[in-house]
Structure formats: structure tokens, C-alpha cells
Write a protein that binds this ligand. Structure first.
Ligand SMILES: Cc1cc2nc3c(=O)[nH]c(=O)nc-3n(C[C@H](O)[C@H](O)[C@H](O)COP(=O)(O)OP(=O)(O)OC[C@H]3O[C@@H](n4cnc5c(N)ncnc54)[C@H](O)[C@@H]3O)c2cc1C
Ligand SMILES: *[C@@H]1O[C@H](CO)[C@@H](O)[C@H](O)[C@H]1NC(C)=O
Ligand SMILES: *[C@@H]1O[C@H](CO)[C@@H](O)[C@H](O)[C@H]1NC(C)=O
Ligand SMILES: *[C@@H]1O[C@H](CO)[C@@H](O)[C@H](O)[C@H]1NC(C)=O
Ligand SMILES: *[C@@H]1O[C@H](CO)[C@@H](O)[C@H](O)[C@H]1NC(C)=O
Length: 531
């Protein structure tokens, strides 16, 4: 007890020292002083400055791309872990008044690390403690705080009901704050659309530190935050989501075919039919380079078809037999389970893993680096194209691809309903994923080169004018501003047209109204008109 008391005494006296800044003090000291004045008393427990013993562990708890978390990566002046709303409000007020930038982080999965790294002095506003999920089954809705992970959302919904679900991503550690801000898709997309198509209210802290909901922010801003990207319009505190219905049992499968098993004809056919299946059926295709033959000396492509069907396996089998018999799907490939178990199956957990695994968060900082890029395909890629694409992958060895089919609900929602514009006419989304375990800029340079040249190689097969891209697979190569105070509109228009198409101009109008001085900004934020 004594040691705890003296620990707090030391901590408090050092904070008092930190907070005794004056108006001549540097901005960061003023920031801390301002924060202690503005926020509730618990603020001392929420601040991690660089000399705090837990600074690095808090920083790396949610850094998911090692490319931006190496020892040499820029570090924040401090991390404010939001324990209550006043900490969020205080961080906004005090960063703004002291000319400091903030980076907002929820789950930390941003593919370019924009939630935890910056080239200018910055503060991380870390939302992970804001992680509650309040499910109202009678109403069919839930309030989800920004720091809740998708796994936590799925788990708490399933606690109340096995026939309710929510359409969102496959990776359970992704955060609701960033994921829903960028659209959010998963294997229920053909039936129910994106996460943002099922959000009915939200609470955010605006640039003046007011807490707004859908009614007080107005429909324009509510439209913008559902897909216009995090970090442009305010700090999301929570989302109100509308739950959807699933059958008590769903059917899942994974079947693998190599080039030698005729993968080329299967993938070609998949392109023709995957968007036309009934919307209860979703079949993703993964493309991997593997070694084969007895000596494991030859390289080939292995294609994995991963299925989710909202219904019984017999119904699914007759459906697949009819429209995709070439797949050769067998009854023994199909497994029936509650939807909640299927979320684990899709994330490659072994069958029988307790659903509590959905609550897991990584215990160790991740040590792999990755680069993602994305494309949209509107016309089937010819068989010759598939061949040369796979030849490229085999030669480079380090690129994987994931193809996700659209159609169904995705084709019914208009392109301007939300900022996410990739709707009618899209056959599928490609995610390119290059990852590596080596440290250092040289290795990174090699893999980034491979990633970029594959992207260039794919140009003839994908959408153009603009070459569309998916915001949640953030890619700074398609246009990026420096996080200094100048945000160039022509650069923003370059990435903006790819992510948002014609919705970009409306996003700029909303931004100009709600944050005219561009406080909320990063390399790919929406700029206001005057800037
Ligand atoms: C392993 C992995 C799997 C993925 N799987 C999918 C998938 O299946 N489907 C899919 O759609 N996407 C997927 N993604 C992409 C993912 O949805 C995006 O990276 C998303 O932005 C992550 O949200 P986050 O809260 O975890 O990330 P963060 O890095 O915390 O945030 C991402 C962005 O949103 C901003 N932001 C975060 N919180 C807030 C807030 N509270 N208020 C305002 N702005 C905020 C950040 O500043 C940053 O710009 C995946 C990414 C990874 C790394
Ligand atoms: C602290 O709060 C008081 C009362 O609201 C105010 O008068 C004072 O200027 C504040 N100081 C700082 C540094 O924000
Ligand atoms: C689904 O998960 C529950 C809870 O972990 C478990 O008891 C059950 O056996 C699982 N069912 C299947 C088919 O995996
Ligand atoms: C990447 O490619 C460019 C142009 O092809 C080349 O100049 C550069 O040296 C390459 N970098 C690495 C690290 O391989
Ligand atoms: C941009 O920053 C510079 C110095 O860093 C400052 O002089 C200038 O006033 C800033 N401009 C705006 C619009 O904030």
C-alpha cells in the first residue's frame, strides 16, 4: 500500500511539474497544462509522455504494421488514451490552441500507419479504452464505441442472439472507429451491403469540442462520416448500428485448387458468376504462391475458394452444382455452424475454437511489415491475363491477392448514398498484399518495388478514369499530402477521385463547413476549400 501511495505521489508531483507551464512555454508543455485544466481529474492516468515507463508498450499495443513502428519511426510527443469524453474534448481543444496535430487511433490497422505516425510533431488520441458494445436485441440495434473491435461486436451480439449479426470485416482485431469510417466490408456484403449501409446514428466530438449526434450534426456530416474516411470530420466516439438477420446455421467451406488442378478455368468462371449468385452466397478467392511436388521444389499458384452461405449445406450444394459444377464442391467440404462460429472459421481459427477468441487482442507487437494496394474489376480478366498475372506472382513470390465479389445489395445501393462509390458495375475488389519480416529500409524498398510493379502490371485489367481504390486499403502511392499545414487540393483530388469518385466534391463541401481551418488532417484527409 505504502509503495503504491508513494508511486502516486511521485507521479502527481511530476505531473504538477509538467503542468506548471506558462504562455512562454513550448506548445507541448502548454498542451499538457491546458489538458489538465480542461479535462476531468482522471486525465493524469490517460497521458503517456515519452518518458513514461509504459510509453512504448501503449504505443505498440495497436501498431499493426511494423513498417511504421520500427525504432526509427517518428514517435508522438504523447499518447492520450481516452478514458472519458472530456479527454477527447480536451485533446481537441488543447492541441488546436497550441498548434499541435493529432492522430486518432481506434484499432490501429491503418495500412499506412496514419493513426500512429507522422512527420510533424503530433499527439496520438488513442480510443482503445472506449470499447463498449451495448446491444438492444428488442430494437435490433447496438451502440458500439469507436475502440471496440469487430470481434467484440460480433461476440456481444451473439451473446444476445444467434440469428443477429453485423456486416463488417473478417479480421476480428480491426477497430470500429477506423473500419466504419472507411466503409467496412465483409462476407455479408452481398446480402446486406457495407457496415456504413447499416449505421443509423453516431456520436462525435467536432473541432469545437462539441459532442454531436446525427440530429445535431445534420445529414450532410452524418453522410460524410459513413465512408468519407476517419480523421477528417471529427473524433468518432460511437456508432449506432442496425443489426441484420442470419439463419441459425450457416454453411462454410474452403476448397483449394492449384494451376495443375485447373485453377485457371475455375477462376475465369468465378468471374462470370460470383456476382450473380443469390445474395446469400459469398465466395472469396485467395491467390497464393506455394511450393509443390515431393521435393517442394516447384512453385505454383494455389487458389482458395472460401465460401459462406446463409442457409443449409444441401441448399448450397444444389445451387453450386447448378451454376458452378466445375468447382467440384463435395458435401464433405461443407460445414454447418452458427454464424458466430463462422467468423472464427473465416479468420482461420481451427474448428472448435471457443468464441471467446473473438475478444483476443494481440499480446505482442506485430513484427511483420506490409503494403496493401487495391483495384476494382469491371470486366472479367481473360484467361491469358490470368496466366501472365500468376507468372508475375510466381516470379516475385511475395505478392498475394484476395478477390471479393460484389453484386447483390452492393449493386442496388446508389453510388452517392454514402461516400463509398464502388457499387453497380463492379465485379470484384482486388486486395494486393505484400508482406515481409525483415527490418530496415532496404528490405522495405525491395518489397514496395515489387508491390508497385505488380500494381502497374495489372493496369490493363482493372477500372480506369479513375482507377478506383478502396479507402480501407489505404495506399499513399495514389496521392498524398504532407501533414504540414498546407493541404493541396490538386493532390487531394488525385486520391479523392479514386476513393470517392464524384462524392469527393460533396466531402470537400462538408469539410469546408465543419472544419474550415483543417484541424483534422493527415496525408489523405479531405481538405477544406480555402486551403
Ligand atoms: C489485418 C487487416 C485486415 C483487414 N480486413 C478488412 C476487412 O475485412 N474489411 C475491410 O473493410 N477492411 C479491412 N481492413 C482495413 C481496415 O478496415 C482499415 O485499416 C480500418 O481503417 C482500420 O480501422 P482501425 O480503427 O483498426 O484503424 P486505425 O488505424 O485506428 O484508424 C484508421 C483511420 O481512421 C482514423 N480513425 C480511427 N479512429 C477514429 C475515430 N474514433 N474517429 C475518427 N477517425 C478515426 C485514423 O486516424 C486513421 O486515419 C483490414 C486491415 C488489416 C490490417
Ligand atoms: C484553466 O481554467 C481556468 C478556469 O476555467 C481558466 O481561467 C484558465 O485560463 C485556464 N488555464 C489554461 C492554461 O487553460
Ligand atoms: C460454436 O461455438 C460454441 C461456443 O464456443 C461451441 O460450443 C460450439 O461447439 C461451436 N460449434 C461449431 C459447430 O463449431
Ligand atoms: C526500385 O525500382 C526503381 C525503379 O525501377 C529503382 O530505381 C530502385 O533502385 C528500386 N529500389 C530497390 C530498393 O530495389
Ligand atoms: C503554416 O505554418 C507556418 C509556419 O510553420 C506559419 O507561419 C503559417 O501561418 C501557417 N499557415 C496556416 C494557414 O496555418
Amino acid at each position: 500500500m505504502a509503495s503504491i501511495t508513494s508511486f502516486w505521489f511521485l507521479l502527481l508531483s511530476s505531473l504538477t511539474f509538467l503542468f506548471s507551464a506558462t504562455s512562454d512555454s513550448p506548445p507541448f508543455e502548454n498542451f499538457l497544462h491546458c489538458l489538465s485544466n480542461y479535462s476531468s481529474s482522471s486525465i493524469s492516468k490517460a497521458i503517456y509522455t515519452q518518458n513514461h515507463p509504459s510509453f512504448l508498450s501503449i504505443l505498440h499495443m495497436h501498431t499493426h504494421n511494423h513498417r511504421f513502428s520500427a525504432a526509427t519511426a517518428p514517435k508522438p510527443l504523447a499518447i492520450v488514451t481516452a478514458l472519458d469524453e472530456s479527454h477527447v474534448q480536451g485533446t481537441v481543444v488543447c492541441a488546436k490552441s497550441n498548434g499541435l496535430q493529432i492522430r486518432i487511433r481506434s484499432g490501429g490497422h491503418d495500412c499506412e500507419g496514419l493513426s500512429y505516425v507522422s512527420d510533424v510533431p503530433f499527439i496520438i488520441l488513442d480510443m482503445f479504452p472506449f470499447g463498449s458494445v451495448d446491444v438492444d436485441i428488442a430494437d435490433g440495434t447496438a451502440w458500439v464505441q469507436a475502440g471496440a473491435t469487430l470481434g467484440q461486436v460480433y461476440y456481444h451480439v451473439a451473446e444476445k442472439s444467434r440469428v443477429h449479426a453485423f456486416p463488417a470485416g473478417v479480421c476480428p482485431t480491426v477497430g470500429a472507429g477506423g473500419h466504419f469510417s472507411g466503409g467496412g466490408y465483409g462476407n455479408l456484403m452481398r446480402k446486406y451491403g457495407l457496415s456504413v449501409d447499416n449505421i443509423v446514428d453516431a456520436k462525435l466530438v467536432d473541432v469545437n469540442a462539441n459532442i454531436l449526434d446525427r440530429k445535431s450534426m445534420g445529414e450532410d456530416q452524418f453522410w460524410a462520416i459513413r465512408g468519407g474516411g476517419g480523421g477528417s470530420f471529427g473524433v468518432i466516439l460511437s456508432w449506432k448500428i442496425k443489426l441484420v438477420f442470419v439463419t441459425p446455421k450457416v454453411t462454410v467451406f474452403k476448397v483449394r485448387r492449384t494451376l495443375e488442378d485447373g485453377a485457371r478455368d475455375l477462376v475465369y468462371k468465378w468471374q462470370l458468376i460470383a456476382t450473380k449468385f443469390p445474395e446469400e452466397l459469398f465466395i472469396r478467392v485467395m491467390h497464393d504462391v506455394i511450393m509443390y511436388d515431393t521435393q517442394k521444389a516447384k512453385k505454383t499458384i494455389q487458389v482458395t475458394f472460401i465460401g459462406l452461405f446463409l442457409g443449409k449445406s444441401d441448399n448450397m450444394l444444389s445451387l453450386v452444382d447448378e451454376s458452378f459444377p466445375e468447382l467440384g464442391l463435395k458435401k464433405s467440404d461443407c460445414i454447418e455452424m452458427p454464424w458466430i462460429n463462422s467468423t472464427l472459421y473465416w479468420y482461420n481459427y481451427p474448428i472448435g475454437t471457443p468464441i471467446e477468441a473473438l475478444l483476443d487482442v494481440p499480446k505482442e507487437p506485430l513484427t511483420r511489415s506490409f503494403k496493401t494496394m487495391s483495384d476494382y474489376v469491371k470486366r472479367p480478366i481473360p484467361k491469358s491475363g490470368l496466366k501472365s498475372m500468376w507468372d508475375f506472382m510466381i516470379k516475385s513470390e511475395s505478392v498475394r491477392m484476395e478477390w471479393n465479389p460484389y453484386g447483390g445489395k452492393m449493386h442496388e445501393i446508389s453510388a452517392s448514398e454514402t461516400p463509398f462509390p464502388h457499387r453497380a458495375g463492379i465485379l470484384f475488389l482486388i486486395e494486393y498484399l505484400t508482406s515481409w519480416g525483415q527490418d530496415g529500409v532496404e528490405a522495405a524498398g525491395d518489397y514496395l518495388n515489387i508491390s508497385r510493379s505488380f500494381y502497374e502490371f495489372m493496369r490493363p485489367y482493372v477500372s480506369h478514369s479513375p482507377r478506383e481504390a478502396f479507402l480501407n486499403y489505404r495506399d499513399l502511392d495514389i496521392g498524398s499530402n504532407h501533414p504540414s499545414n498546407v493541404t493541396k487540393m490538386d493532390i487531394a483530388r488525385r486520391f479523392g477521385s479514386k476513393y470517392f469518385k464524384n462524392n469527393f466534391e460533396r466531402l470537400v463541401r462538408v469539410k469546408s463547413r465543419v472544419d474550415p481551418h483543417n484541424f483534422f488532417r493527415h496525408e489523405q484527409s479531405i481538405p477544406p476549400l480555402s486551403h
